[in-house]
Structures are given as C-alpha cells and as structure tokens.
Design a protein around this ligand. Structure first.
Ligand code: SF4
Ligand code: SF4
Length: 113
C-alpha cells in the first residue's frame, strides 16, 4: 500500500463502532441514550452551560468516546434540574442517564449526612 505520510494513532482514534465500556454500561440502563442526534437543544437550555460550558450533548460525546477525565469534570457541574430532558426532541431520559454516569464513576451518593 502507498504511504501518504499519515499515520493512525490508536490512542487518538475515535471509533463510533466501538463505544467505551462506560457508554455500554449506561446504554444498558438507559437505552434511549443511543437515540441522540447531537442537536444541542439540551445544551442550549442547560442552566449551567453559560458559566461552565457543560451540557448533556457534551456528556454523551465524552462518554461515548471514553474521555473520562473530561466527563467526570463536566458531570460535577450538573444540577440535576432536568431541563435538558424537557427539550430533547428524541425523548431521551437525560436525567436518568446522568445519574447512571455518576453511579458508574462512583460520583453519586444519596446518603444524607
Ligand atoms: S437534545 Fe436530545 S437529541 Fe439533542 S443533543 Fe441533547 S440529548 Fe441529543
Ligand atoms: S439536568 Fe444537568 S445537564 Fe441537564 S439541564 Fe440540568 S444542569 Fe444541565
């Protein structure tokens, strides 16, 4: 095969046919997460996106592609208000998906101190 001077770096590769283990785990609990069309309506209505640059669409992107450090940082901004689920044209249970992401990374506790 002819070399064109480009190489594939496995560690930088995004393969949508191979979602991350965390995405698979959340998908099992919230199958509707696979319906996301990345329209951005959720981010447009997110109460903390202006200040933090976060939003549900970004969470899905980080989750699907195994960008866990960024995912965990962005998850910390979510206030669980549920506005994103009200505007999603695909009817995705965003709030439940966020909860499952937090549980996967042990970032959720319902203990009352
Ligand atoms: S509003 Fe729904 S379909 Fe659009 S990006 Fe957000 S989760 Fe995906
Ligand atoms: S539930 Fe979280 S991600 Fe969704 S709109 Fe509220 S703060 Fe934003």
């Amino acid at each position: 095969m002819t070399e064109f001077g480009y190489n594939i770096h496995e560690d930088l590769m995004i393969d949508h046919d191979r979602p991350s283990p965390a995405f698979e785990a959340v998908l099992e609990k919230v199958p509707s997460i696979s319906w996301c069309i990345a329209c951005g309506s959720c981010t447009g209505t997110c109460i903390c996106s202006d200040q933090t640059g976060s939003g549900f669409r970004k969470l899905v992107h980080f989750l699907r592609n195994g960008m866990y450090d960024k995912l965990k940082k962005t998850l910390a901004y979510c206030q669980f208000c549920g506005k994103c689920s009200l505007v999603c044209p695909r009817g995705i249970n965003t709030r439940k998906a966020i909860l499952e992401m937090k549980k996967y990374f042990n970032l959720y506790s319902n203990d009352i101190a």
